[in-house]
Design a protein around this ligand. Structure first.
Ligand SMILES: O=C(O)CCC(=O)C(=O)O
Ligand SMILES: [Fe+2]
Length: 254
């Protein structure tokens, strides 16, 4: 009989294989010079259209379907939003780095490129917008799959302190904006699932302003401010098909 230790080692290697996804390469990404920041709500919500080509989104949806997604419990802990979806979460600094550096996101966020039609930022307004010098993405990568009837109830996203691996030394950072990358939309058969933001009324007695509804668009990246200035928001119920999202956060150096 094989010694117990051997069994444990091989079990570990299986676990490692499961927790280190072999993410598909980023193919057919547009040059960063053709990406731009589109302001949906000043200082709060920004989108980047055509961030990923639809072919890459499709490749990712089929790859992500092979990951061990876990259905979140219907009953949240006290103070947590009701979130009903299937998710996969991993600390993967190297994927976060690739997502930051190899997709044009870094260039467009830190202003290495500025297209004529997008949001124009100088150094000062850029630092003000992002809440500091953006140093990368949160290595905490979350994958969401919402099937028919699933949703993410109204909530606020917290800011977290994280370490962004870097050379020669790691960077202590804080998350300031949520990144949602939509891999599906109506064109891929997903109905519903819009991300909806609820601006707060200017006074307690004033009527609540109209919500801001962001339709899913294959390959669009959405950024929204989180932490103390986060807007109340939700992922609406999916009515048909599947909604797939990759989630991370922008991190600024402390
Ligand atoms: O899936 C969505 O549209 C929203 C997700 C969200 O709010 C979150 O990840 O905190
Ligand atoms: Fe959120």
């Amino acid at each position: 009989m094989a010694p117990k230790r051997k069994t444990r080692v091989s079990a570990l290697s299986v676990t490692q294989r499961l927790v280190q996804p072999d993410w598909p390469p980023f193919r057919s990404i547009l040059p960063s010079s053709s990406l731009s920041l589109h302001e949906i709500l000043p200082n709060q919500i920004i989108t980047i259209s055509y961030f990923w080509p639809s072919s890459l989104c499709k490749t990712y949806v089929s790859f992500l379907s092979s990951l061990p997604l876990v259905t979140t419990p219907g009953k949240p802990k006290k103070g947590e939003a009701i979130r009903v979806n299937d998710r996969f979460q991993i600390q993967d600094a190297s994927f976060a780095k690739r997502l930051w550096e190899e997709t044009g996101l870094k260039d467009v966020v830190i202003g290495n490129v500025q297209s004529e039609d997008g949001l124009q930022l100088n150094e000062e307004t850029r630092i003000q917008l992002w809440g500091g010098e953006v140093v990368g993405l949160n290595p905490n990568i979350r994958i969401y799959r919402y099937s028919k009837g699933q949703f993410f109830d109204q909530h606020y996203d917290d800011s977290n302190n994280v370490t962004v691996p870097s050379s020669p030394t790691d960077i202590s950072a804080r998350t300031t904006w949520t990144l949602l990358l939509y891999l599906t939309s109506r064109s891929s058969g997903c109905l519903g699932g819009e991300t909806v933001f609820y601006p707060s009324p200017l006074t307690k007695k004033a009527a609540p302003p109209e919500p801001i509804i962001v339709d899913l668009e294959v390959g669009t990246a959405l950024l929204h401010r989180h932490g103390a200035e986060c807007m109340l928001h939700e992922g609406r119920e999916v009515l048909a098909g599947e909604k797939w999202v990759i989630r991370s956060d922008l991190c600024v150096g402390l």
